[in-house]
Every structure is written in C-alpha cells, then in structure tokens.
Ligand binder design. Structure first.
Ligand code: BMA
Length: 380
C-alpha cells in the first residue's frame, strides 16, 4: 500500500518523466509557434504507427493536367490527396512562376489549402546561384561569398527577405501555416552550387546556420520545422553515420533527420543487384531513425521514387515490403515521392499504367497514411 507521500512522489516522478520526454522532443526553435510544436508532436506520435505519404507539387499538376481545383494524381489513384505536399521556391526573386512552372500566387493558396485540409507542407529551395546568376546547378563557388563578410552577403539577405515575405503571406487568419523547410538539400552531392566540391563543410554549416538564424531572429519566423536532407548516393554505405552527418549544422538547427534516397530503389546507376537494394534502403532508414531517436527528433525519407515506375511491383517490392520488414525503419514519419511533371518525368503511375494496381495496393496498406487518414495535426 502506498502512503500519501509515496503517492505524491510517484506522481511527481511521472510528471518529471513527462516533462523530460516532452522537452527531449521539442522543436529546435525555442520560440516555435504552438501550431508548429503541435505538428512536431504529432509527427513524433504518428511515426510510431504509420508513414505519411507525400508528393512534390501534388496539387499544382499531374501527368496530364495542370491547375485543376481539388485535383491531385494521388487523389485520382488512391482516393485522397497526399498527407505531405512538397513545394519549391526556386526563382521566387525573378518571375511569377517557380522553376517548375508553379505560379507563386497559386502555390500560396495551395499551401493554405493543405493546412486547412489538415495536411503538411514542406518546402525546398532550388535557389539560383547568387554569385553567377546561373541556376542551382551552376557550380560557380558561392557559399563563402554569401556568408557575413562575403561579396554577396547582402544579395543573399535579399533572397531571404523575399522568402520570408512570401511565407508571411501564407497565413490562415492569424495563424502562420507551419512549414517543414528543407534548405540546401543533397549538399553531399556535387550537382548544386552548395554541394560538397564547391565549399568546405564549415562553410556549408555556416550558411545553413546563418539561414535559420536570420529567418528566426530577423524575420521572426517561428512556424518552421527545419529538415536536413543529404543524398544517399554519396554515402559510402547506406548506414554510414559519418557520411550522413557531413555538414550537419547541429541539433539546435534541425528538426527532421531526413534523407533523399533514390539510390537503393532501383536507380539504374546503382550496381548493387536489384534484389539486394531493399536491404540497403532499410539500412539507410534504420540509420536516420536511430539518429532521430538519439536526438529526440523525427526521421523522414524526404525524397524518393523511381522515374516512370518501370517495375510493375515497384511500390510493394521496393518500398512497402522493405519498410514492413523492419520495425525500426518503419518509424520514419513520412516519405515523399517526387513530382509528376508529365509523361516525360513522373514518379507515380496514372490509370492504366502497368504499376497502377501495385501502387493502389501500396496506398491502401494500413502503414501508409494519406491526407484522409490523418488525425488533427494542429490541435491539441
Ligand atoms: C529535378 C527535376 C527537375 C526539377 C528539379 C527541381 O529532380 O524534377 O525537372 O526542375 O528537380 O524541382
């Protein structure tokens, strides 16, 4: 029998444990908005039971349509919009459309729609090279020049001001829509100007930190969850911790331990036999889940897919079954498939496509959560 003191002690210890648990899962921004915090908490919770499915530009266009209200290829095929919708702010400073022809005005409306419908928005930034004026793929070294003291520091701050101004418009009433921002992704690759060969690791980290600090402190943006997402193809092994952590800006700057993995899912350049690749995918996800658990953060497969989905059972063989085989890998909070730009470039099938039945089976699996399956993410 407990005496009343022992009961009090027990209650106190339970409260302490709850506090420690909540604190350990706190967003990296100590001033994060209540909605952003709530979203993060839900991602933690949902990651224990399901995987949210996402797609880039899902509401803007599909394989053979563009800007049709209420439509997404995922809804056409699986009966619901994706739980996570990806957007990109490349060219925000130049034209009314982003680099993939999404009109910025419409994008803002869709971002609000996704929020109102209870889904999640994530944003990447294919920023043009501020030094050369070329695209994100122009490798003129630039990172060092964007840092304080660099020749293009003011120019970079203008780009950040534009980004902040744009996202400020994405409000519903007084609520700033929470956004998972994924700056300077795939930095361990060598295809973007912020990639590994065009700056030092320290410079990359400094740019990442400057960006987050500037948005939080100067622009008072506290609705952001920050994603770190290296590319799997440039890691020596799928579970190479040190390679994964190359350029990691620190726990105070990151909320989502992400990975872009197009490699272990049948990419033609990958010499590993197809049958062995699922084990590598699993191992890469086990690594990010492990890291996320150690850090009290959330893991996510921030981009994946195989263009044209050429294998009729790709979704079950290369994604679903590998995920199901590992309780640890399954703890990623979401996975996002890349965009359906047209018949020349797509990552999810359309009606009549050989992979359509398999895609439907994947989408109907209880592990996979679409927008219609989500509990309220922004409410306590
Ligand atoms: C790439 C391709 C390009 C696109 C770019 C940025 O993977 O989809 O067509 O412009 O991403 O979204």
């Amino acid at each position: 029998m407990y005496g009343s003191n022992s009961k009090r002690l027990l209650l106190l210890s339970m409260a302490c444990l709850w506090c420690i648990h909540t604190w350990a899962q706190a967003l990296s921004d100590p001033r994060a908005t209540p909605k952003a915090r709530q979203l993060y908490q839900q991602l933690h919770t949902l990651s224990q039971t399901g995987i949210l499915l996402g797609q880039e530009d899902a509401l803007a266009y599909g394989v053979d349509w563009k800007e049709q209200p209420g439509r997404s290829d995922m809804k056409d095929m699986l009966g619901s919009h994706p739980a996570v919708v990806g957007w990109d702010l490349g060219d925000l400073d130049q034209t009314a459309h982003n680099l993939d022809t999404v009109h910025f005005g419409s994008m803002c409306r869709w971002i609000k729609d996704v929020y109102r419908m209870g889904g999640i928005n994530t944003i990447s930034w294919h920023l043009d090279n501020p030094v050369s004026g070329g695209s994100s793929w122009d490798k003129t070294p630039a990172v060092a020049q964007l840092l304080p003291g660099g020749t293009h520091h003011q120019v970079y701050k203008q780009r950040l001001d534009e980004l902040a101004r744009y996202l400020k418009k994405c409000r519903v009433g007084f609520t700033k829509v929470p956004i998972i921002l994924r700056p300077f992704h795939e930095h361990n690759g060598t295809w973007f100007w912020w990639g590994k060969d065009y700056c030092t690791e320290e410079e990359y980290i400094a740019l990442f930190r400057f960006t987050v600090d500037y948005l939080r402190q100067e622009k008072r943006m506290h609705q952001l969850l920050i994603a770190f997402s290296p590319d799997r193809s440039r890691m020596r092994t799928p579970n190479h911790r040190e390679d994964y952590l190359y350029g990691y800006p620190g726990d105070e700057y990151v909320d989502i331990i992400g990975l872009d993995n197009y490699w272990d899912v049948g990419r033609h350049h990958n010499q590993v036999p197809l049958a062995e690749q699922p084990a590598h995918l699993v191992s890469s996800l086990e690594l990010i889940v492990q890291l996320a658990e150690e850090k009290g953060k959330v893991a996510a497969l921030t981009e994946t897919g195989l263009e044209f989905t050429p294998h009729p059972t790709w979704f079950t063989d290369m994604l679903l079954e590998p995920l199901k085989s590992s309780p640890q890998a399954q703890k990623i909070a979401y996975l996002m498939l890349w965009r359906n730009a047209g018949y020349w470039h797509y990552y999810t099938p359309y009606p009549g496509h050989p992979t359509a039945p398999d895609y439907r089976a994947f989408g109907q699996d209880e592990l996979i959560l679409l927008q219609k399956d989500l509990p309220p993410l922004y409410r306590r």
